[in-house]
Design a binder for this molecule. Structure first.
Ligand code: GRF
Length: 210
């Protein structure tokens, strides 16, 4: 008789939303593959049929849902379809990895403390679009990135991790963005790994690592 087999370890099911190039998505793929993140990426959802993130997912055999925003009648219809995809995928955790739309109330509420975003600035400075440009125009000497839980207000949920980079006198938007992006990948993987290991404790705005 065969000895009883150990039951497979259940890891969180992660759904990634991305709108473009997907280098942060790739960092998550690599983080799962090299064992830093104990989770499985069960689906990529994108609002952009031309997103390079789609190619990255297909290469890895990760299922993709393309919800082209333009084909929906309105935002409510888009959001309902998005919510259905997320639920069908059985998501435990949602990562916004360069997802360029605001999410509606029902999804945010359903995934409170289970949805994570990466933003290319040291929040609460420079929320919203073109964060690196905002930082340069303001003249800061230090910039960086923030990984945070998603709440109803844009780029303002409890902060899980941040990384700093220096801003040089010759930096332009492109060079600064590249420097920040390198930190984003590591910061995102670290934060998601902590979440998946159940090590994050949220009290109000404070996130503690246990
Ligand atoms: C990143 O800078 C991310 O912080 C921002 O959008 C960019 C996406 O880059 N939200 P990528 O698609 O992950 O390469």
């Amino acid at each position: 008789m065969r000895p009883p087999q150990p039951s497979p370890v259940q890891v969180p099911r992660m759904v990634v939303l991305a709108s473009g190039r997907g280098s942060n998505f790739q960092a998550l793929i690599d983080g799962v593959a090299d064992g830093r993140i104990h989770a499985s990426i069960v689906r990529l959802i994108t609002d952009n049929p031309g997103a390079y993130a789609i190619d990255r997912a297909r290469k890895e055999g990760i299922p993709v849902s393309v919800l082209d925003y333009l084909v929906f009648q309105d935002r409510t219809a888009y959001e309902s379809a998005l919510f259905r995809e997320i639920q069908d995928a059985g998501a435990d955790l949602i990562i916004l990895a360069g997802y360029m739309r605001l999410l509606g109330e029902p999804i945010v509420a359903a995934f409170s403390d289970r949805m994570i975003n990466i933003h290319p600035a040291l929040l609460p400075c420079f929320p919203g679009l073109h964060a690196q440009r905002q930082a340069l125009e303001y003249g800061v000497k230090v910039a960086g990135c923030t990984v945070h839980f998603v709440t109803h207000e844009m780029d303002s949920g409890p902060i899980i991790a941040q990384r700093c980079v220096p801003v040089g006198e010759d930096d332009d938007e492109e060079t600064l963005s590249e420097r920040i992006l390198r930190e984003e990948h590591d910061c995102l993987v670290e934060a998601v790994a902590l979440f998946c290991d159940g090590r994050l404790e949220v009290t109000g705005r404070r996130v503690r690592v246990r």
